[in-house]
Design a binder for this molecule. Structure first.
Ligand SMILES: Nc1ncnc2c1ncn2[C@@H]1O[C@H](COP(=O)(O)OP(=O)(O)O)[C@@H](O)[C@H]1O
Ligand SMILES: [Mg+2]
Length: 362
């Protein structure tokens, strides 16, 4: 823990000469696994003021700071206790602070904000939505396979279950008994959620983080909860895969509107293609980049390109039927986990292309 103001700080900056406040905030920073730059006087805070990802101003030095008129910046919070009220409020306004944090009541908020400060605000992840052109098209299996495959190649990945009638995507991974939070724990979430809070709460199945619906709970996911979860995940992971139902609810529309790419899985059959055409319009109203994945077998030899053209969408790719998939799923073996077979090969190929596209636009 440095007590000197470095020339350029990448750590959150705490400005206080109050030893009790210092102890409290250091304890909360430790809980967030964040190291702080500490300035015991306003004068020594100056070099770090512009670049620190977050500035926490103790109520004891807030007036002194206001008097010196530092340049305006985002990411300032003023911290005190109830004894600092009401004087703390006009000082916070003068500093354009985003929040007044009164301890101990707002400890959790400050821990989350500290963790967030290091995560940064820029969304980094690719968000991918997967849905089926007809019931049983293989959307959930493909969503799980993509997430498994990305995790195997070292990408931090979150698989999000967005289908209230799907029976819980943890079951597809054999992770239904894995302890950790499910959607019901996040259904009331509004506003900003820290990525570390999300990631710490969720179960992992072989390193893949999963947010599954609870078995038996068929309630819709609130759109605001979906927004908060995806925003947090996009800041702290490489890939977010969302498994969606064909009948779009508000949460599905929220996910689609954030998606980098949407995959529509269509079995290589005429009836499936016709059914898929009914889904396309609604999906395209929410998402710009929608591509078709054609799944074999093709009983009459229907070509992937023909299906994609009749839907007016680009073809992302085509894959053969996965042998012994039903038995593997019943054994609790996640799809594509062995890295072999049509699903694993399609996912590895598609993801490699996607990371390549991503690099080119950067
Ligand atoms: N790639 C595949 N190869 C062979 N069968 C598959 C494949 N994907 C899905 N299936 C079969 O279809 C069933 C439904 O798949 P699922 O992913 O749940 O469909 P959806 O989510 O589109 O309703 C699976 O239980 C499996 O039997
Ligand atoms: Mg499904």
């Amino acid at each position: 823990m440095s007590t000197q103001a470095a020339a350029i700080s990448v750590r959150p900056l705490l400005i206080t000469a109050d030893s009790n406040l210092l102890d409290d905030v250091l304890r909360l920073a430790a809980a967030a696994d964040v190291e702080l730059e500490v300035a015991h006087a306003v004068a020594v805070a100056r070099p770090s003021w512009p670049a620190a990802p977050l500035v926490i101003v103790g109520a004891d030095l807030a007036e002194d700071l206001v008097r010196r008129g530092p340049p305006r910046r985002a990411g300032v919070v003023v911290v005190g206790t109830e004894h600092d009220e009401p004087d703390i409020w006009p000082l916070a306004v003068a500093l354009s602070a985003e929040q007044v944090v009164l301890l101990p009541d707002s400890e959790t908020w400050l821990v989350d904000r500290l963790a967030d400060a290091l995560e940064g605000d820029a969304p980094r992840a690719v968000t991918m939505c997967v849905l089926g052109g007809r019931g049983g098209a293989g959307a959930t299996v493909l969503a799980a396979s993509l997430a498994v495959c990305a995790t195997r190649s070292g990408r931090r990945t979150l698989l999000v279950d967005g289908d209230p009638l799907g029976g819980g995507i943890d079951l597809v991974l054999g992770g239904e008994h894995t302890a950790g939070a499910r959607w019901s724990d996040f259904a009331g979430t509004r506003g900003r959620l820290s990525c570390s809070t999300l990631s710490d709460a969720l179960p992992r199945v072989d390193e893949l983080t999963v947010l599954s619906l609870d078995r038996g709970d068929t309630r819709a996911i609130p759109a605001e909860a979906m927004r908060a979860v995806l925003a947090a995940a996009e800041r702290g992971t490489d890939l977010v895969v969302v498994d969606l139902p064909r009948s779009l609810d508000e949460a599905a529309e929220e996910a689609l509107s954030r998606a980098t790419v949407v995959l529509l899985v269509v079995p290589a059959e005429v009836r499936a293609t016709v059914a898929a055409s009914r889904v396309v319009g609604a999906v395209r109203r929410c998402a710009a980049d929608v591509r078709v994945v054609v799944r074999g077998p093709a009983p009459t030899g229907l070509e992937g390109q023909t299906i994609a053209e009749s839907l007016g969408l680009p073809l992302a790719g085509r894959m053969c039927a996965e042998p012994d998939l039903g038995a593997a799923l019943d054994r609790g073996e996640p799809p594509a986990v062995r890295g072999k077979g049509p699903l694993a090969e399609f996912c590895a190929w598609f993801l490699a292309g996607l990371w390549g596209e991503r690099e080119r636009v950067r």
